[in-house]
Design a protein around this ligand. Structure first.
Ligand code: ZN
Length: 141
């Protein structure tokens, strides 16, 4: 059974009360990784039932847990590859994916040449056999 547990070891401020947003903006941005461990934990049948139902469970104190993989929760890169570097998920990289993904980009309307005249075309049948015969999916004869 594989369980993913979040053990935020690199976040010492996690237990302290959050500073105000203005206070946070003054200090340098925290680009550190948030390390998590994918772990394999052997459990009793009773805990297995709870974990299956709730999706979480309490491990017993002092229990040693086998770490399958250590990686960053933000950028999801393995520990040995990115330790000591800034977390790429915290460096603003929205421009690499074409801006804000929650809003759709405006359709670009092509600008016709200055002396162009717009001539309305005929009606194009795009469905059924007429579309095939009419040359939508192959050149018209
Ligand atoms: Zn990271």
């Amino acid at each position: 059974m594989t369980e993913t547990k979040t053990l935020e070891g690199s976040d010492p401020a996690g237990s302290m009360p959050d500073p105000s947003p203005a206070e946070r903006a003054r200090e340098a941005p925290d680009l550190s990784h948030v390390w998590v461990v994918a772990a394999e934990v052997e459990v009793t049948p009773r805990i297995a039932k709870t974990a299956d139902y709730r999706g979480s469970f309490k491990a017993s104190a002092g229990q040693r847990i086998d770490a399958l993989e250590v990686y960053c929760k933000g950028c999801r890169r393995p520990y040995d590859e990115v330790t000591g570097q800034d977390c790429s998920a915290k460096v603003d990289n929205r421009h690499l994916i074409g801006g804000n993904q929650s809003t759709r980009a405006k359709r670009k309307i092509p600008v016709p040449p200055r002396n162009a005249r717009v001539v309305p075309g005929g009606r194009i049948q795009r469905r059924g056999i007429e579309a095939y015969v009419g040359g939508v999916s192959r050149p018209a004869r």
